[in-house]
Design a protein around this ligand. Structure first.
Ligand code: PGA
Length: 255
């Protein structure tokens, strides 16, 4: 059995005061949850404050990005070692917004992923196709390229610390979720790729999250799918009530 994993990606939102408030509400309402992983990813400048608030709670900290080098003349970058230093256990890498807006390539994402693993930070590798790629039947090629490129040069042992997030770009922030069947199909394909690249055991163990307009009213159905192990939540993670309900998903209530 894979342990469920619900992550909130706060993106470029919330001041320090707002981050502290949201994190406090999550701590108050989620401290009894111990059968699933709960992760939140605030902006860099709020990491230290949020780390303090969630200390001694089941909630863990993620950063939204990192660089591929540890120290040096890299103005404006933040390295995995510094993220560990402020209390992060996870780092989101290759989010579609970074691929699209900052032109991040699979090679660069792979360099960052390897550096994160070296540092003991677990990467959440995001992949996903655009609407055009889906409509042109290129989805499987795109996912194949992103999985192979992102996980290049990893050992099977290293893969146990990686989480994959399948986020179809057409579903991010649009209110259009993939259907349960579309998401399951992609997840099962991704698990198959991991099996081909590594082995059956790591493919069985790796957690694959779905992301793209996950809300309280669709999480139960998504989580009821065999290969969906969790969710990466954007918009709904900024509302305490919604994120709490998503963390407390109930497969049995799936419509
Ligand atoms: P969304 O974002 O839930 O707002 O669609 C998901 C993501 O980008 O991780």
């Amino acid at each position: 059995m894979r342990r469920s994993f619900i992550a909130g990606n706060w993106k470029l939102n919330l001041t320090n005061a707002e981050s502290r408030e949201l994190a406090s509400q999550l701590v108050t309402n989620l401290s009894d949850v111990n059968d699933r992983d709960i992760v939140i990813a605030p902006v860099f400048t709020s990491l230290t404050i949020v780390a303090e608030v969630i200390k001694n709670s089941p909630i863990q900290l993620a950063a939204q990005n990192c660089y591929s080098q540890t120290t040096g003349a890299f103005t404006g970058e933040v390295s995995p070692i510094l993220l560990k230093d402020v209390g992060c256990n996870y780092v989101i890498l290759g989010h579609s917004e970074r691929r699209q807006l900052m032109n991040e390539t699979d090679t660069f994402i792979n360099e960052k992923l390897l550096k994160a693993l070296d540092t003991g930070l677990s990467p959440i590798l995001c992949i996903g196709e655009t609407l055009q790629e889906r409509e042109n039947n290129q989805m499987l090629d795109v996912l194949g390229r992103q999985v192979k490129g992102g996980l290049d040069n990893l050992t099977a042992a290293q893969l146990t610390d990686v989480v994959i997030a399948y986020e179809p770009i057409w579903a991010i922030g649009t209110g259009k979720t993939a259907t349960n069947e579309q998401a399951q199909e992609a997840h099962s394909f991704i698990r198959g790729l991991v099996r081909e690249m590594f082995n059956q055991d790591v493919a069985d163990k790796i957690r694959i999250l779905y992301g793209g307009s996950v809300k309280p009213n669709n999480v139960d159905g998504l989580m009821a799918q065999a290969d969906i192990d969790g969710a990466l939540v954007g918009g709904a993670s900024l509302k305490a009530e919604d994120f709490i309900r998503i963390v407390r998903f109930e497969r049995g209530k799936a419509k």
